[in-house]
Design a protein around this ligand. Structure first.
Ligand code: ADP
Length: 187
């Protein structure tokens, strides 16, 4: 694990399984149907138990799913977190379909929702870089640009003390560490 200080917030890069993370909010890379799937989505639902899906189905009933870039919140079932924020990343289609904007919105909207519920800690997976095939290096740049930008806005209600990027692949972790080293050096 490597930790960087951005304003009042500690931003860490961790290699591991996000379902074992302990803190307030775990972010899920969901799909717009909110019906679960493979990858990190499947791992969160199977480790967290059926309660999470019940709440996703309730949200589906109310608002018919979740469009790409948006985020919704449920409880965390059996996981050691207070809530799961389900956000829907873009499917990579070559970069000409506003994928970058949509991915940035995932991080921004997840953080705004976490701030709204008074969270102090949040863990992100590398949204869209699995089945949705967003290339890892640009996805890392979009994620960290969106997160650092929001932190620099210094929102009055922001109580976030810890933002963890839980990377499943060492390759992603290296990209995140390099980006943050460069960012903190250049500041
Ligand atoms: P997407 O459909 O958004 O691409 P995936 O779940 O396929 O979602 O992949 C998103 C990222 O999550 C990938 O980098 C993948 O390696 C990673 N991942 C898969 N399982 C886990 C897990 N248990 N914990 C953390 N990250 C995971």
């Amino acid at each position: 694990m490597k930790t960087f200080k951005i304003g009042r917030t500690s931003v860490s890069v961790i290699i591991g399984d996000i379902t074992t993370w302990t803190g307030d909010i775990i972010v899920n890379a969901a799909n717009s149907g909110l019906l679960g799937g493979k990858g990190v989505d499947g791992a969160i639902h199977s480790a967290g138990g059926p309660e999470i899906m019940e709440q996703c189905l309730e949200i589906r009933k109310q608002q018919g799913g979740c469009p790409p870039g948006n985020a919704v919140i449920t409880g965390a079932g059996r996981l050691a977190a207070q809530h799961i924020i389900h956000t829907v990343g873009p499917i990579w289609e070559g970069g000409g379909r506003r994928e970058e904007h949509t991915l940035a919105e995932c991080y921004r909207n997840s953080l705004l929702l976490a701030i709204e519920v008074g969270a102090r800690s949040i863990a992100f997976p590398n949204i869209s870089t699995g089945i949705y095939e967003y290339p890892k290096a640009p996805a890392c740049d979009v994620a960290l640009t969106a997160v650092t930008k929001l932190l620099e806005e210094d929102l009055p209600d922001n109580r976030l003390e810890r933002i963890d990027f839980v990377c499943y692949s060492p390759e992603n972790a290296e990209l995140y560490v390099n980006w943050l080293e460069r960012f903190t050096r250049e500041k």
